[in-house]
Design a protein around this ligand. Structure first.
Ligand code: NAD
Ligand code: TYD
Length: 333
């Protein structure tokens, strides 16, 4: 089987390629990535058996050549602009990659007869929950940030390519991931690396916002299951029933690192901040027999250990363009 993985130099994509090469050593994987600020070939440095191609998923001429040359059996689309705060600052790139890029990829897959197109989406397309209830696949789409709006648009294009062109598309909507190789702009790696450097942990607002966390490898096992056995035209939610407030996450990190709660700083809130996400993943569990395997305790311990052992990975990132980003985002907060 020959699979095109897009965004494979990012956080989840690189974990997915590593997982797939372990589980299916006979598969050929081609990793297409633009190497934006979030893409990092060091995430894959130890891997063999995967061709890397630098390019933009929104570049139709480039995709035409690549698809004609390789003849993919399937496509797994991780490539995206993925950070909510950046989408508030500059939404344009979110539309070109997440919406137009997904459409260009769908078109190439359809033209070249791909037998599977897996779109990696997010629970954020459902919007925000109050204290009760969980998102099911039947929830209406109600995105609140430019990021989630662009992902919702991509989900709808996937549906249209299934309905109109019979392209066998499957969409997954996963909750918040954490684990090795996550770019230190997201909550967990930002707070681990700041705490390791004895720098403040900027908690937005009251810190009582709730996210439903999943260890990245569990997301990858679910994607493997959906890629091979999911029904075309369907949406599958993925989650591990692990709701935590941001302050609970912060406390876990501080405790595991033996750092003082004095590092916590409550800062100005994110505009349009979704209060709570919680995912009902009973469909994938019942239909495909999937289960997460990693407890929050174990996942956080592995993750924190990984950031301790891989200081040079994140120090290099945090010393570059990231410094201007951090100043813009947190300087006057
Ligand atoms: P990431 O930001 O770490 O990685 C994104 C990758 O896409 C990078 O390697 C980047 O270089 C590449 N990319 C960006 N624009 C591109 C373009 N135009 N052409 C080709 N490559 C491009 O993101 P992530 O956290 O690994 O998320 C991967 C996917 O999973 C995204 O689609 C995201 O919406 C989805 N998702 C993420 C989470 C999460 O918690 N991180 C949860 C649910 C769903
Ligand atoms: P994030 O990792 O950006 O993921 P998302 O917004 O896609 O869920 O943020 C997770 C939660 O942590 C969210 O409620 C915002 C909050 N947060 C902070 O309080 N401080 C921060 O510096 C960051 C990056 C996030």
């Amino acid at each position: 089987m020959k699979i095109l993985v897009t965004g494979g130099a990012g956080f989840i994509g690189s974990n997915f390629i590593r997982y797939m090469l372990e589980e299916h050593p006979d598969y050929r994987i081609i990793n297409l990535d633009l190497l934006t600020y979030a893409g990092n070939l060091e995430n894959l440095a130890d891997l063999e058996g995967c061709r890397f191609v630098r390019g933009d998923i929104a570049d139709k001429a480039f995709l035409e050549t690549l698809f004609a040359e390789e003849g993919f059996d399937g496509v797994v689309n991780f490539a995206a602009e993925s950070h909510v705060d950046r989408s508030i600052e500059a939404p344009g790139a979110f539309l070109s990659t997440n919406v137009l890029g997904t459409q260009a990829l769908l078109e190439a897959a359809e033209r070249h007869g791909a037998r599977r197109f897996l779109q990696i989406s997010t629970d954020e397309v459902y919007g925000s929950l109050e204290d009760v209830g969980r998102f099911t696949e039947a929830n209406p789409l109600a995105p609140n940030s430019p990021y989630s709006a662009s992902k919702a648009a991509a989900d709808l294009l996937c549906r249209a390519y299934w309905k109109t062109f019979n392209l066998p598309v499957v969409v997954t909507r996963c909750s918040n991931n954490y684990g090795p190789y996550q770019f230190p702009e997201k909550l967990i790696p930002l707070f681990i690396t700041n705490a390791l450097a004895d720098e403040p942990l900027p908690v937005y607002g009251d810190g009582l916002y709730v996210r439903d966390w999943i260890y990245v490898r569990d997301h990858c096992t679910a994607l493997d299951r959906v890629f091979h056995h999911g029904r075309a035209g369907e949406v599958y939610n993925i989650g591990a029933d692990t709701e935590k407030t941001n302050l609970e996450i912060t406390q876990t990190i501080l405790e595991k690192l033996g750092k003082d709660a004095g590092l916590i700083r409550h800062v100005k809130d994110r505009p349009g901040h979704d209060r709570r996400y919680a995912i009902d993943s009973s469909k994938i569990r019942a239909e495909l027999g999937w289960r997460p395997a990693t407890s929050f305790e174990a996942g956080m311990s592995h993750t924190i250990d990984w950031y301790i052992r891989n200081e040079s990975w994140w120090k290099k990132i945090k010393s570059g363009e990231y410094r201007q980003y951090y100043q813009r985002m947190y300087g006057n907060r």
